[in-house]
Design a binder for this molecule. Structure first.
Ligand code: ADP
Length: 329
């Protein structure tokens, strides 16, 4: 029998990502459409523990589609990892008569959601993948990833102008401690000469060979994208190692940093957030729990939180990497 869910709360947790607001808006308005009472939890799991839970209506989410960040704020909350923290969160949900939760976040958020919903089975939980890293199984794209890539390529295009004018080699560090997704796609979209990823080891010798080959055919500039989790260290370390042995170009380093998290979401992320928020509430009303809504082949699909978190099932797009190597000669 389907549970009769009455009151639904939504929260954003962990790293913020553009498109989270579209997700919040869709959750609130879909719930209202189905006659449910809707709540927003501020600052992720910390808000659950501190009872920072507010009623929301259709107007609470007006004019937010274009905004980066999250109107509900986000946080990292160590207390939620403890049994006591989870119990306090549960008591606050009960006190507000909330029986279902939509969590928008990344792998840490989903790990917490999975544990919580196993411990307190009467609270139904659906996850929306919101992370610029695109590192969850079960969704081809996570919220914020597309916007982050667009931000990165806008920056690289500008760097390319100055690199070309001065015959320079730029090492550009992008986010992705464990995931090279941003590096790979932004590297293809900006025509980077090399892309260094945490998932694939590239030796300094191979990198230099590639740069030498470009220099021998009179390339006027070179861009190397370094994902922050690369085994040789960050962009500064790698640039130093290359510079010691290859001096054809003047070498510079740029760390893009937190600007990659912000900005107005792309149309793709606004639509994705809307679709996932809508699907998350429909899934709850259909009796689903402990699952993630995701986009697979342009269809919305449910994946268990357990599978979504299984990093062994997540793979970098090898075919894109091969193509990038061919196209960057
Ligand atoms: P993200 O969701 O972006 O991966 P974090 O890894 O910081 O971000 O996780 C967000 C929050 O999820 C943490 O601050 C914590 O409150 C909760 N969380 C993470 N891991 C666990 C866990 N093992 N048990 C319970 N809660 C967790």
């Amino acid at each position: 029998m389907k549970p009769n869910i009455k009151n639904i709360a939504v929260l954003t947790s962990g790293g913020d990502a553009p498109g989270m607001n579209a997700g919040i808006r869709a959750v609130i308005r879909t719930g209202i459409f189905h006659g449910r009472n809707m709540f927003g939890v501020q600052q992720g799991y910390r808000g659950l523990i501190e009872n920072n839970i507010i009623p929301m209506n259709a107007r609470s989410v007006s004019n937010i589609l274009h905004m980066g960040g999250t109107i509900l704020k986000t946080a990292r909350c160590l207390e939620f990892k403890t049994d006591e923290g989870m119990e306090t969160a549960y008591r606050n949900l009960q006190a507000n008569d909330i029986d279902a939760l939509v969590v928008i976040g990344g792998d840490g958020t989903f790990t917490g959601a999975k544990r919580f919903s196993e411990k307190f089975e009467d609270i139904k939980v659906i996850g929306i993948p919101g992370t610029i890293d695109n590192d969850l199984y079960g969704s081809d794209f996570t919220l914020g990833y597309d916007t982050a890539i667009n931000t990165v390529i806008e920056a690289i295009d500008k760097i390319r102008d100055t690199a070309d004018s001065h015959d320079r080699l730029f090492f550009i560090e992008v986010m992705g401690r464990d995931s090279g997704c941003i590096a790979l796609r932004s590297g293809i979209a900006s025509g980077a000469e090399a892309i260094l990823l945490p998932e694939k080891f590239t030796s300094v010798e191979d990198l230099i060979a590639k740069l030498e080959s470009g220099a021998s055919t009179k390339k006027s500039s070179s861009i190397v994208i370094v994902a922050e989790g690369h085994k040789h260290g960050g962009a500064y370390d790698i640039a130093k190692q290359v510079e010691e042995r290859f001096d054809y170009y003047d070498t510079k380093v740029t760390i893009l940093g937190h600007l990659q998290r912000g900005g107005s979401p792309s149309s793709f992320d606004r639509i994705l957030g809307s679709r996932l928020g809508y699907a998350a509430v429909n899934a709850l009303i259909n009796g689903e729990t402990r699952k993630m809504v995701g986009l697979r082949g342009n269809e919305i699909k449910l994946t268990s939180l357990e599978d979504a978190l299984n990093t062994h099932t997540f793979k970098l797009e090898d075919d894109l990497l091969e193509m990038a190597q061919v196209l960057s000669i």
